[in-house]
Design a protein around this ligand. Sequence first.
Ligand code: NDP
Length: 305
Amino acid sequence: MPLLPWLERELARRYTVHLLPAAGPERDAFLAARGSEFDGLVTSAGAGVPAALIEALPRLRVISSFGVGLDRLDLPAAAARGIPVGYTPDVLNDCVADLAMGLLLAVCRRIPEGDRFVRAGRWERPEELALGRQVSGARLGIVGLGRIGRTIARRAGGFDMDIRYHARRAVEGVEWTYEPDLLELARWCDFLVVITAGGRETFHLIDARVLEALGPEGFLVNVSRGSVIDEAALVRALQERQIAGAALDVFENEPRVPPALWSLDNVVLVPHIASATHQTRQAMGQRVLDNLVAFFAGQPLPSAA
Ligand code: NDP
């Protein structure tokens, strides 16, 4: 996967860089011929690093990943070889939280729907655009109160929202109410924002039961990973108006989005852009570089997973 052009240039200036072919026969042949030459591997949260790739790089000493998600990085396989894995936490908290709030507002205030309405020349009949749902003062449930979840909660405080959260354990020293039961949180809230880690532990955490608990007045926002939501159950819930709407940045089989969602007005769809600003991507790229440079200088990685 190509990285930011400046990062590719900077890596090439400092190191001898080879671009790994996409997974498949070409990659396999390349690794068989040259796999033993590489000391470092740069990847991304989306591309990840499977155990087989680590195995095919017998000299590998460091991995530096662009992104904060660890669900596609085989950390145990890296740890077994004593290979530190760098990633880019914190620098993207603001942008991901901003997008979560943007999606929340977009879906319940019908912003994309209103945009389509104006462009279609339908403003002559304003009664055809349904009223939205007020955000200020509403109840917000956050699933996953980590670095980004806390940033979202702070944003939501500015909207005077009543905030509760669910995670496997309560977070010390925060002002928001912990709800140990996810179903209870879904029942209580008007908006459920999902920002847990991905991976096996959270696979389909948001299932048909949670959606039913969210109910016909409830909105779902997902900026975590597509795997956290049972997408088939979500499609059904949206089609049958079991929930009020959903705004999604991530999907189970990206870049494929269920066609059933395309025609629904109660859905906002964006293509995994939560960290996609010049400022945040620059900071992420810098952290990728900083992690590598620190390692080759014999220092600990600034951000090790
Ligand atoms: P953190 O590790 O700081 O937070 C993860 C949160 O998820 C913690 O609160 C954790 O709490 C919770 N969690 C983990 N497992 C479970 C579980 N089984 N049930 C309930 N809660 C759980 O990560 P960040 O906040 O930095 O990032 C969160 C995720 O956001 C990333 O892993 C990534 O996948 C996604 N992301 C998406 C982006 C996008 O472009 N859309 C960009 C950046 C990140 P506890 O351990 O107590 O359960």
